[in-house]
Design a protein around this ligand. Sequence first.
Ligand code: ADP
Ligand code: GLC
Length: 471
Amino acid sequence: MEIIHVSAECYPVAKAGGLGDVVGALPKYQCKAGHIAKVVMPMYRTKFLYENEWTVDFKGSANLGNWFFEYTIIKEATNKLGFDLFLVDINGLLDRQKIYGYDDDTERFTAFQIAVVSWMNSWEHQPDVVHCHDHHTGLIPFMMQYCYDFSRLQGVPTVFTIHNGQYQGWMGWDKSRYIPRWDLWKRGMLDWADNINPLASGVKCATKVTTVSWSYMLELRYNSNGLEKLFEFEQGKCVGILNGIDNEVWDPKTDKYLTHHFSAKEVTKGKQQNKKVLCEQFGLNPGKPLFVFIGRLVGEKAADILPDAIMSSIHHTQGQANFLILGSGDTQVEWQFQQMIAPFQGMFNAVIGYDETLSHKMYAGADFLLMPSRVEPCGLNQMYAMRYGTVPIVRSTGGLQDTVVDMGDTDGFGIRFNEASIYDVDYSIGRAVSVYADQKHMEKMRKHMMQIDHSWESTVDEYTQVYASLK
Ligand code: ADP
Ligand code: GLC
């Protein structure tokens, strides 16, 4: 099958979070399974762009409302990622340093979607499926079906994957002029609560909808930032497929970012070596359990409760634990973490920012990974942690609930709690400190986790089945 993935992120080209990881890996494994999977994304000014070779594949033009623009589709020349990668260049609009966060993001991503659809409409053949990811690509199923200029694509099936239902890309109806000539009777297919809602439109117009875990699929019906009724109504075409992880990128035996490699067999020694390096770098004590948090410092991840929960744990465990934070986001949370560095020197440190190398070192060197998320559609961090023998401490929600079994249950290896509260996090850290004292038990859990298979190889089939059901 020929599958066209359309996304705002794709690792290693541009990544802000798990969406990038998924779109950088799923197509590669689809190609390995015999499909022709391709990725189309905006051309940002990233390191990857300057370090690789490109050929011009297509030049076209389109309109965003009254604004006429030209776009160029460039293709990575060497199949470096294991699939064909196409970037859409729209001069002045997409070619910026960051992926998101500009005042004109609505215009940027709407123009991007128009360019992608207009380009696909010019092809002599038709792909088997267009697979869109998150709200930045949510208008594509509508445009393919109801825009007169793209009528050649009308019969092409679409899949819309929701990685995060909290962000929906709302825009006022005044912006409907951006969408190329469309069937006005279909206004309802764009609308939710008197706004154009690209995420809702994607759900309404795509042939099939998937989310990135089974539990999140159910959760969306009672917690989806206003779209609960829509998910209730559309449940017949929605499927939950748990994300996989790229075992080639995330492998403690070969990881290019690690100084000490290890397999499940020598996990205790391997982790201790990595922990030592990390602790030396951040002034922590390798003799104590090391707890880490890696991620966006936002409400969804419940990062706001961590400063108090950590201080409370340091108090309750009488300094028997180390903590290391890596992330950026809410300035208030960033500030709180920075304020904790000096008073808790030797047991707490934080790096505010984004650092791919350090994240790998932390998965490898930590004993426990904290994920108190309020919302977690899938969560990749806990799966990376498991692959590196790090015990995940998670709130029971979404994909965390689907991947982590509490150590008190049969074959358990992690720690689960119910509330995103200081008390629950503090209590769970207490449980972790106790189990850490039993190194034999720790080793057993580590070995067990490292053998769990979350590879894309075993997940690709589930997407193939979805595509096959579209005809
Ligand atoms: P989300 O996509 O909601 O942020 P996921 O758990 O799916 O959460 O994926 C997060 C991805 O981003 C992981 O690969 C994680 O290692 C990475 N990540 C998040 N924050 C940082 C950071 N500050 N530095 C490096 N990597 C990060
Ligand atoms: C989103 C979700 C995260 C998920 C990722 C990849 O960013 O917040 O839980 O793992 O997408 O699907």
